[in-house]
Write a protein that binds this ligand. Structure first.
Ligand SMILES: Nc1ncnc2c1ncn2[C@@H]1O[C@H](COP(=O)(O)OP(=O)(O)O)[C@@H](O)[C@H]1O
Ligand SMILES: [Mg+2]
Length: 261
C-alpha cells in the first residue's frame, strides 16, 4: 500500500485530493468521521452517485472510491455541460438526493464549515452541487463528489445554489455566462419546474442570499488567516460572486416573473 503512487487530482479549490489506485484520499479534519455516515446512508437508500466511504488511511485521510470519468477543471468547459438535457438530468439527481437523504437524521451536521443542529424542517444539503463537483461519463452524470461542505438547510437552499451554478446565473462579464437574460430566465424556470418547487416566493432572493453566504464565508475565513480562503479571495472569487449578486439583483423582477410565466 505504502508504495502505491499518489496522483494529485486537479479541479478542486478547497481540499487536497490524491488518487491512489482506485481510491481517493481526502485531507482529514474534525469533520472526517461524520461524512462516511452520510455516504453509507446514501448507499443504503440506493443513491449510487456518491463515492463509497472505505475508511481512514494510515495518514488519517478519508478513503473514498475513485469514480472514473471526466471532471471539469479550470478553463473553458465543453458546450454539452450547458444543454437542457443535462440540466434536467442534474435536477433529477438533486431531487433524488434530497428524497434519499431525508431520513438521515443526525442531531448535528458536521462538515468543514463547522457543526450545526439539524432541525426537523431541514435536511443535510450537499451545499456544493455544481457542474465542477460532478463526474461525467459520455456526457451523463456518473458521480457527485465533494461531500465535505454539507450543511443543514431547507432543500430550497440547495436548489438556490444549484440554480446559481447550473443555469448559471453568473454576471455577463464572466467567461462562462449566457449573454442573454432570456436564456437565464428559461433555464431558471426549467430548474424549478423539473424540481417541482411549489413555493416559489422569494426564491430569487434566496439565490442572492445563497451567493452572499458563500461570499461572506470566504471573507470571514480569509480574515481569520485561513490560507485556502485567502487564495480564493486573491484569485478573484469574491469579486466574481459580488458581480453575480449585482446581476441577479438588477434583474430580480424579470427572473422572478420567469418562475411563474
Ligand atoms: N471520488 C472521486 N472520484 C473521482 N474524482 C474525484 C473524487 N473526489 C475528488 N475527485 C477529483 O478531485 C478534484 C477535487 O476534489 P473535490 O472533492 O471537488 O475537492 P474540492 O473541495 O477541493 O473542490 C475533483 O475535481 C475531481 O477531479
Ligand atoms: Mg470540488
Amino acid at each position: 500500500m505504502g508504495s502505491e503512487r499518489e496522483i494529485v487530482l486537479a479541479g478542486g479549490n478547497l481540499t487536497r485530493v490524491v488518487r491512489v489506485g482506485d481510491t481517493v484520499r481526502r485531507e482529514a479534519g474534525p469533520w472526517t468521521p461524520s461524512i462516511p455516515r452520510l455516504l453509507s446512508h446514501l448507499r443504503d437508500r440506493g443513491f449510487t452517485l456518491a463515492p463509497e466511504a472505505l475508511g481512514i488511511d494510515e495518514l488519517g485521510r478519508e478513503i473514498l472510491t475513485f469514480i472514473p470519468g471526466e471532471t471539469l477543471t479550470e478553463g473553458t468547459w465543453p458546450q454539452w455541460v450547458w444543454s437542457d438535457e443535462l440540466l434536467e438530468e442534474a435536477v433529477t439527481v438533486l431531487l433524488d438526493y434530497h428524497q434519499r437523504v431525508a431520513d438521515f437524521r443526525p442531531t448535528h451536521v458536521e462538515s468543514r464549515l463547522g457543526t450545526e443542529p439539524l432541525t426537523t424542517d431541514q435536511i443535510v444539503c450537499h451545499n456544493d452541487f455544481a457542474p465542477y463537483n460532478c463526474v461525467f461519463r459520455e456526457g451523463h452524470i456518473a458521480g457527485l463528489i465533494d461531500w465535505d461542505v454539507v450543511r443543514a438547510g431547507d432543500p430550497r437552499w440547495d436548489l438556490a445554489f444549484f440554480a446559481w451554478h447550473w443555469v448559471p446565473l453568473y454576471a455577463p462579464s464572466s467567461d462562462i455566462a449566457w449573454r442573454s437574460l432570456d436564456v437565464c430566465r428559461r433555464r431558471l424556470r426549467h430548474v424549478v419546474d423539473s424540481y417541482g418547487l411549489s413555493d416559489r416566493s422569494e426564491f430569487v432572493e434566496l439565490i442572492v442570499a445563497r451567493v452572499e453566504a458563500s461570499l461572506d464565508g470566504i471573507i470571514t475565513r480569509a480574515s481569520e488567516g485561513d490560507e485556502v480562503f485567502i487564495r480564493l479571495e486573491r484569485e478573484g472569487h469574491t469579486e466574481e460572486m459580488q458581480r453575480t449578486i449585482d446581476f441577479v439583483r438588477e434583474n430580480e423582477k424579470l427572473l422572478n416573473d420567469a418562475l411563474y410565466h
